[in-house]
Design a protein around this ligand. Structure first.
Ligand SMILES: NC(=O)C1=CN([C@@H]2O[C@H](COP(=O)(O)OP(=O)(O)OC[C@H]3O[C@@H](n4cnc5c(N)ncnc54)[C@H](O)[C@@H]3O)[C@@H](O)[C@H]2O)C=CC1
Ligand SMILES: O=C(O)C(=O)COP(=O)(O)O
Length: 387
């Protein structure tokens, strides 16, 4: 029986995919797998039993990826599964910044008891007026699952869209409308655009990318949208830019103690992926990833281990090894098996950075003794008998 611990509520349509080999448990202790959304995992004690963590979503900055890899814990995410939900909210964000929609809605509530409300509306509405997004320039930084959808949707709404992503994937490039201007130098986005939206992961080299130096390059009255992570934007620098009018509005899905009440900020409560559809898509993908890993040893959409598809085991046994990507590992593993005169019917070895993963299908029943011998090899992080 596999034990699964959910650190956040996960949509039932996903959880229902677990069959009777699985039970959901309240405690992390003893869990084989964890399902998580945005819960912070950096300070959690991860049990020895834990084999997999699936983030039902895209961003994995709440998970200690390196520490997990060192413990042989494979971390998955669900690429693209919530991208449409975010895209729709970014489009709403553009509209919220173009006219003072929020100010207008709040003002109507202040005069709602007045019997002349209809007349007051016509008299006062000009203070909430603004501009249209059609014809304006939108810069999209990060053309992944979300950035591509935002770029294409904004283009269809009549915006002139500029996109920048030095590491764009082939799939994303195929999906991007040919009307999007491909920008190689990110500074051109800062210089040219009326609206700038950021869709990159939070990494050491993206942290604080919107700061006083990059803001200085921007047009006066630019609108900055951040539906990715709060730390991508330097809060003090954006505050100064809002005060001076350099930045007209800062639309963020990640308010924090500094920005939540800041003048000029339109703050949403991290709603990008909070749609039924996105929650369902993420949950289904996450549960399938966990099942394929626990039951077959296959890895799809991991952020800290290589992809590996060995299919369903048709041999007598399958052993999987999570290990360091260092010389001489395969020789030592096969040495253990050849000592026992065991034939390997299939073998896959894959690596990603410092970590690697090897699958052996063998023609006899795998034993605890074989596992212990492989575990004793320096650089081995986890060994499992899948079948
Ligand atoms: N508001 C919300 O609820 C949600 C927020 N997010 C955030 O949005 C981020 C992006 O999500 P997806 O598009 O699904 O991820 P993705 O992985 O499909 O796309 C990220 C893209 O950023 C690019 N990139 C990385 N560094 C870059 C740089 N320095 N300059 C330009 N491009 C760079 C990558 O090449 C990749 O194409 C996530 O990492 C997460 O932080 C994701 C989903 C929901
Ligand atoms: O997928 C992401 O990166 C998100 O930010 C969505 O977070 P959530 O699942 O809504 O807590």
């Amino acid at each position: 029986m596999y034990k699964v611990n959910c650190l956040n509520p996960i949509a039932n349509v996903g959880l229902d995919l677990f069959d009777n080999q699985y039970e959901t448990v309240k405690e992390l202790n003893q869990a084989d797998a964890v399902l998580v959304r945005s819960a912070a995992m950096h300070d959690l004690e991860l049990p020895e039993t834990l084999k997999a963590i699936a983030r039902a979503g895209a961003g994995v900055n709440n998970i200690p990826l390196e520490e997990c890899a060192k413990k042989g814990i494979v971390v998955f995410n669900t690429p693209g599964a919530n991208a449409n939900g975010v895209k729709e909210l970014v489009i709403a964000g553009l509209m919220l910044a173009a006219r003072d929609v929020v100010g207008g809605i709040n003002w109507v509530q202040t005069v709602k008891e007045d019997e002349n409300v209809a007349k007051l509306v016509e008299k006062q509405k000009s203070q909430f007026a603004g501009t249209e997004i059609q014809g304006k320039k939108l810069g999209v930084i990060g053309l992944g699952a979300i950035g591509v959808l935002v770029a294409n949707a904004a283009n269809r709404l009549g915006m002139q869209v500029y996109g920048c992503d030095p590491y764009i994937s082939v799939d994303a490039a195929w999906n991007l409308s040919r009307d999007i201007t491909h920008v190689k130098n990110i500074e051109d986005i800062y210089r040219e655009c009326d609206y700038i939206t950021v869709h990159v992961p939070l990494l050491d080299n993206t942290k604080g990318m919107i700061n006083k130096d990059t803001i200085a390059l921007m047009k006066n009255g630019v609108v900055v949208l951040n539906f990715a992570r709060d730390l991508l934007v330097n809060d003090n620098d954006i505050e100064e830019a809002l005060q001076s009018g350099k930045v007209k509005k800062y639309v963020t899905d990640f308010p924090n103690a500094k920005t939540a009440g800041m003048a000029g900020v339109i703050a949403l409560p991290h709603l990008g992926a909070s749609t039924e559809e996105s929650e369902d898509n993420c949950a289904v993908m996450a549960v399938k990833e966990i099942r394929d890993y626990l039951e077959n040893g296959n890895i799809k959409n991991s952020v800290n281990y290589p992809a590996c598809d060995a299919g369903v085991c048709t041999s007598v046994s399958r052993i999987t090894v999570n290990h360091r990507n260092i010389p001489n590992m395969i020789t030592q593993f096969t040495g253990v098996l050849s000592e026992e005169n065991i034939n390997i019917s299939n073998m896959i070895n894959k690596s990603k950075g410092e970590f690697a993963y090897t699958v052996f299908d063998i023609e006899v029943t795998a034993t605890k003794e074989i596992v212990e011998k492989i575990e004793a090899i320096q650089g081995v992080l986890k060994v499992r008998i899948i079948k």
